[in-house]
Design a protein around this ligand. Structure first.
Ligand code: PGA
Length: 219
């Protein structure tokens, strides 16, 4: 049986109250499974509350952040370092296309991956196709074609499988390739049943506790 990652990328959504309301609802329907790692990535301000709430209510999910600074620490207004993030999170999404479109470069992504791995955070590096350079040391990649993000038009499972196997064949250190882009409880199975797809990165559909728990059940 494959080990799957199911990642919720909440993006710029949910206050602390909305996040804990989500978790209360979600926990009613969520059954943790040994081969599925569920990773919730809230905005930074809500990360400690999500971490506390899941621990104190025994909700077996991991926490991730949506980005980290490429700098160690110091005079970088608005940034959060990998070491600071590691107080609460085991994972970090790095190089999402929504950040690359604001000027993040492949070199930035490489530096962030190094920062993350140095403190034991596992980077989940997003790429929009099979040609984007995979940073050294990145073991988990999320293939997310731009035209599939937030549009309701996912890639085909066959094409996603082709890209996933290409990424693995060109980069022997890569252990997981996730698919992201308009994943729902209706289509998730068609992706994770593919041989080289090891999970999903979910945006819009992860904001609803019933839908997100349904996605996990379908895996
Ligand atoms: P989506 O977003 O599921 O809303 O398409 C995916 C992502 O951008 O990570």
């Amino acid at each position: 049986m494959k080990n799957l990652y199911v990642v919720a990328n909440w993006k710029e959504n949910k206050t602390q109250e909305e996040a804990t309301d989500f978790l209360s609802e979600f926990s009613k329907n969520y059954e943790s499974r040994p081969n599925v790692t569920v990773i919730i990535c809230p905005q930074y301000l809500v990360v400690p509350a999500v971490s506390d709430f899941t621990k104190s209510n025994n909700i077996n999910v991991a926490i991730g952040v949506q980005d980290i600074s490429k700098f160690d620490e110091g005079a970088h207004t608005g940034e959060v370092s990998a070491r600071e993030a590691s107080e609460f999170s085991r994972f970090a999404i790095i190089g999402h296309s929504e950040r690359r479109s604001q000027g993040e470069t492949n070199e930035d992504v490489q530096e962030k991956v190094e920062m993350a791995t140095k403190v034991g955070i596992e980077p989940i590096v997003c790429v929009v196709n099979g040609n984007v350079p995979i940073p050294l040391g990145a073991k988990t990649i999320a293939y997310e074609p731009i035209e599939a993000i937030g549009t309701g038009n996912p890639d085909t499972p066959e094409n996603a499988e082709k890209i996933a196997s290409l990424i693995k064949s060109k980069n022997s250190q890569v252990q997981h390739v996730l698919y992201g882009g308009s994943v729902t409880s209706k289509n998730v199975q068609s992706f994770v049943q593919m041989q080289n797809i090891d999970g999903v990165l979910v945006g819009g559909a992860s904001l609803d506790p019933m839908e997100f728990s349904a996605i996990i059940k379908q895996c």
